[in-house]
Design a protein around this ligand. Structure first.
Ligand SMILES: [Mg+2]
Length: 380
């Protein structure tokens, strides 16, 4: 059983606008659209919600419901910047951070209790750290899968932490309105309502075959969700497909030892980047350019690794085989590709050491932040 956190920023765009202009604090604010009726209310502050304003509704409707709201055009770049700051903060604690949207993150806490303490207290701690550091409020849901954690994060907004203990999934979901399940939107909601589905237990207690008959494969998926089951795999999105480091020399080199020592430095840098971004590579390549611009690349497939020694031994071997001409070398480079994240390998090569590896990664992160002696690992 896993322990997944879903962290969702509260009224994120509005919160960022309030950092940029503190006079908006405590006032009804709507980001996006204008009161004349154009556009969509992309985000609305909690002060507007008691009038029935919801994010995603036409600005015209929002204005009718809450005429004293302040409409703001929005600062898209700033939202992106703050989103990155929060991501970076979370990367400091969690070995696997999956960004679900600009203001939502899935985090895998499994196996971290040993270092960070119990899930609930730790969630409260990161919530207050994010608030103190960035002045950004957020809510966190904790559950055994991603969907349920997301539903839980929405349960007690703003600044809520909701924990659904393992075994209580169905019980927690049962009384909630069906639209709390992600995927039930404007189209599906009336269809399900006319068929008598009002709260989640209505779905959970019906036959999956019936749902499959009316909704196809999505019906089965919905039934699983209503019963508290779902995907629990947190994966790092692949922004990066490969890592390269190369150097062009001021003067062409013929000294093999010198070139190899430069290759060694490049390897160390590439591997550090690999580990920082939580990847391992299974294809190691080198690039060699002679002084006459003839360029050679050589690659080798290895078992997933982020180990400098494995990467360097492979790279230097490739280099020695490739460097056959008695001509000066102008450029040497290393290229790591076929990257995969820690979370994915867990599925591909599931083994009993995964939890320990995860713990060691977390320890490494703490040491990176607070020094080697900041944490000690017990013997078991
Ligand atoms: Mg949000």
């Amino acid at each position: 059983m896993k322990t997944i956190f879903h962290l969702d920023m509260d009224a994120f765009f509005v919160s960022v606008e309030r950092i940029l202009d503190p006079s908006l604090m405590g006032k009804p604010v709507i980001v996006g659209g204008d009161p004349n009726g154009r556009g969509i209310a992309a985000a609305c502050s909690y002060e507007t919600r008691k009038y029935g304003v919801q994010s995603g509704m036409p600005a015209r409707t929002a204005y009718r419901l809450c005429p004293n709201a302040l409409f703001i055009h929005g600062h898209g770049k700033e939202y992106g910047r703050y989103s990155k700051l929060v991501k970076k903060f979370l990367d400091g604690y969690f070995s696997v951070v999956q960004q679900a949207s600009i203001d939502e993150f899935s985090l895998d806490f499994t196996g971290c209790e040993t270092i960070y303490g119990d899930a609930l207290s730790f969630a409260k701690r990161i919530q207050s750290e994010i608030f103190n550091l960035f002045k950004l409020p957020c809510s966190i849901g904790i559950a055994s899968n991603k969907t349920l954690a997301k539903i839980a994060s929405d349960f007690n907004k703003p600044m809520g932490v909701t924990y659904v203990p393992a075994g209580k999934e169905k019980e927690f979901l049962a009384p909630l309105p069906i639209e709390k399940i992600p995927g039930i939107g404007k189209k599906l909601l009336p269809l399900l309502r006319t068929r008598g589905f009002r709260i989640v237990s209505d779905i959970a207690d019906t036959s999956p075959d019936y749902l499959a008959a009316i909704l196809g494969k999505f019906g089965l998926d919905l039934w699983e969700k209503a019963n508290g089951r779902g995907n629990d795999l947190v994966v790092v999105e692949h922004e990066r497909k490969s890592i390269s480091k190369e150097t062009t020399f001021d003067t062409d080199l013929v000294d093999k030892a010198k070139i190899e020592s430069i290759l060694f430095d490049l390897t160390a840098k590439a591997c550090q980047l690999l580990r920082d971004e939580n990847f391992q590579s299974s294809t190691i390549s080198i690039k060699l350019r002679y002084s006459d611009f003839v360029t050679i690349t050589r690659a080798k497939t290895v078992k997933n690794t982020d180990d400098d020694k494995v990467v360097y031994d492979t790279a230097v071997d490739l280099f020695r085989k490739a460097y056959t001409r008695r001509v000066g070398v102008r450029l040497i480079g290393i290229h790591l590709s076929k990257l995969s994240s820690f979370g994915e390998q867990e599925v591909l090569f599931a083994d009993e050491n995964v939890i320990r590896k995860r713990m060691l990664r977390a320890v490494m992160k703490i040491r990176g932040k607070y020094g080697y002696n900041s944490i000690h690992i017990g013997k078991n």
